[in-house]
Design a protein around this ligand. Structure first.
Ligand code: FAD
Length: 533
């Protein structure tokens, strides 16, 4: 039987995605929403039709078992999964592929590959699941480096050790989400970090990008779940101590968490686990007014209740996801515990919603699987299938992307309306077509929400990249100008660099550059990401 392969041009496994029946249902909905009668669809590229620049570097015989210049692998490691990545893929533009792909099997292989890159003047780009949406895994532009070696961690895929007493596990960085949870399952413990990209992203990628996961409150980012790290840098190995807490100076872990591969390659981590939840309650609450719903979420986030899920969708977004009528904002609320019933917590959260004009279906609360039904279930299903939308919208010429941020509560309402209006206006100007800009909260904190915006409009296939870049730049500038962050959890990569540079204090940039010089004196790891030479 042939080994199943990931699509090099889209999400997931070859042969999987939205099926023709789903597309038959979705196409007319998209057409109506975008104001077009029909779509002209570009077929996905075939590996054989793409000619790649010959590899510019020879693999030394000592690394022949770990490295390859295989055509398919070079295609599959050329891009992440952002909108502009997808446009270039459908345009068959693979003009800057990595020259070699390394698949280290043990940590020493990484040391050897980095040594080789250093001597050969090659850039080394760590590659987890390749789900970056910010240009985190593509080769740097040509110029300074002789070649690019993409280092794919997929063979470092084991949960090595589980400590059931302290509820933690030592896990290799290349472990994908489903395999990680499957290996933990017999222990009754779970990491419970579920980014939307869970199926095709890795522990190392989550840590390197400070990924945001399942929990809408408290342990929102992977940061809180990292107990210690092991990192291979060009200057040697850094391993931190397993500690439940630590006040000894600035945190070494925190320097590597979110470093997007510029200091070293994370090879394993001790991760904090928890028992699998047995008690669950979910509800969806509708509000006539999005800002009133926001007030309810603020009071819940400041109440000490800490719901696992507290995702507020504006009316349009709820309508698109099949979770609402398109007229009302919907709050998807859930509590979970491995230890105790959580009905009291849910009742109090609903009381708060009621105080702010929220309404909910009490009968749905009685059902044990309520988190899989009703608006909560509809939203969950749409959330999981959404990963496959991009590879169907781009070939139809639709501009559709997201941008996410965080802002303190006292500025939220103005921030939201200004950003939404400005982005809406620029899309209308750029495309000349109907534009949709919707918003939801992915995570919430006592001092503010993390709003996540989605925009959609019909683009011009011949100018799709330019149109996108104009919109993206306006959106990114609006986030910074109105006081937000350029990213709450999607990372910086190459795409968010201009605004990250504005947001980050300049002296801190100097300190990052100094750390880079210590860990990576030849400046070969993931150039262009976070800082420049
Ligand atoms: C459909 C979709 C949904 C998404 N949903 C979410 C979401 O819910 N939450 C969220 O936070 N993000 C989300 N993302 C973004 C992306 O999945 C995350 O950034 C994720 O953490 C990347 O993991 P990865 O293993 O795919 O890493 P990659 O994309 O392979 O790499 C990301 C960055 O980390 C570096 N890197 C990877 N592995 C290592 C390592 N072992 N050591 C050092 N550096 C390394 C790479 O060089 C790169 O700079 C989504 C993306 C898509 C396409």
């Amino acid at each position: 039987m042939s080994e199943r392969k990931r699509k090099f041009w889209g999400w997931g496994w070859e042969g999987e995605g939205l099926n023709p029946d789903e597309l038959k249902l979705l196409e007319p909905v998209w057409a109506k929403r975008l104001g077009v009668s029909q779509f002209e669809v570009t077929a996905p590229p075939q590996a054989a039709e793409i000619e790649l620049r010959p590899s510019r570097i020879s693999i030394p015989s000592t690394l022949a078992g770990v490295c390859t210049t295989d055509h398919f692998e070079r295609l599959a490691h050329s891009y992440g999964r952002s909108f502009p990545d997808s446009v270039r893929i459908f345009q068959r533009d693979f003009s800057n592929p990595p020259d070699v792909i390394a698949f280290p099997r043990v940590e020493q292989d990484i040391v050897d590959v980095l040594d080789w890159c250093e001597n050969a003047g090659a850039a080394a780009v760590p590659f987890g699941g390749g789900s970056s949406v910010v240009g985190g895994v593509e080769p740097p532009g040509s110029g300074f480096y002789q070649a690019t070696v993409s280092i794919d961690l997929r063979n470092l895929n084991q949960v090595i050790e589980i400590d059931p007493v302290s509820e933690a596990a030592r896990i290799q960085a290349g472990t994908y989400g489903p395999s990680l949870e499957a290996q933990l399952k017999p222990s009754g413990l779970t990491l419970r970090h579920f980014p939307q990209s869970f199926e095709f992203s890795t522990l190392g990628g989550w840590i390197a990008t400070r990924s945001g996961g399942h929990f809408a409150t408290l342990h929102t980012h992977i940061d809180e779940l990292v107990e210690s790290l092991r990192v291979v840098t060009p200057r040697g190995i850094v391993e931190t101590r397993r500690l439940p807490g630590d006040g000894a100076g600035p945190s070494a872990d925190r320097l590597f968490i979110g470093s997007e591969g510029i200091f070293g390659i994370i090879t394993e981590a001790w991760m904090r686990l928890r028992k699998r939840p047995g008690f669950r309650a979910a509800a969806s609450v509708t509000f006539a007014d999005f800002y009133k719903a926001g007030d309810a979420v603020r009071v819940i986030s400041q109440s000490g209740l800490y719901p696992a899920n507290c995702r507020l969708l504006d009316a349009q977004e709820a309508g698109f996801a099949g979770a609402g009528d398109g007229q009302h904002a919907v709050l998807v609320l859930a509590f979970e515990s491995a230890d105790h019933p959580i009905d009291g917590w849910m009742n109090r959260a609903l009381e708060i919603c009621g105080d702010h004009g929220g309404e909910w279906d009490r009968s749905a609360l009685e059902k044990p699987d309520s988190h899989r039904e009703g608006a909560a279930g509809a939203w969950r299903n749409a959330f999981l299938r959404a990963c496959y939308l991009r590879e169907n919208l781009v070939p139809r010429g639709v501009i559709s992307d997201t941008f996410e941020t965080a802002i303190t509560w006292e500025r939220f309402a103005d921030f939201h309306s200004n950003v939404k209006d400005e982005v809406h206006q620029v899309i209308s100007e750029v495309t000349g077509n109907r534009a949709w800009v919707t918003c939801r909260f992915t995570h919430v904190y006592p001092d503010g929400p993390a709003p996540y915006f989605t925009f959609v409009s019909m683009g011009d296939k011949k100018r799709l990249l330019d149109q996108f870049h104009t919109i993206k730049q306006a959106a990114s500038e609006a986030l910074i100008r109105h006081g937000g962050t350029i990213t709450h959890h999607h990372a910086v990569g190459r795409m968010h660099r201009p605004q990250y540079d504005l947001q980050r204090p300049e002296l801190f940039a100097d300190a990052l550059r100094a750390a880079k010089r210590e860990f990576d004196p030849k400046w070969m790891l993931n150039p262009g990401v976070l800082i420049d030479r």
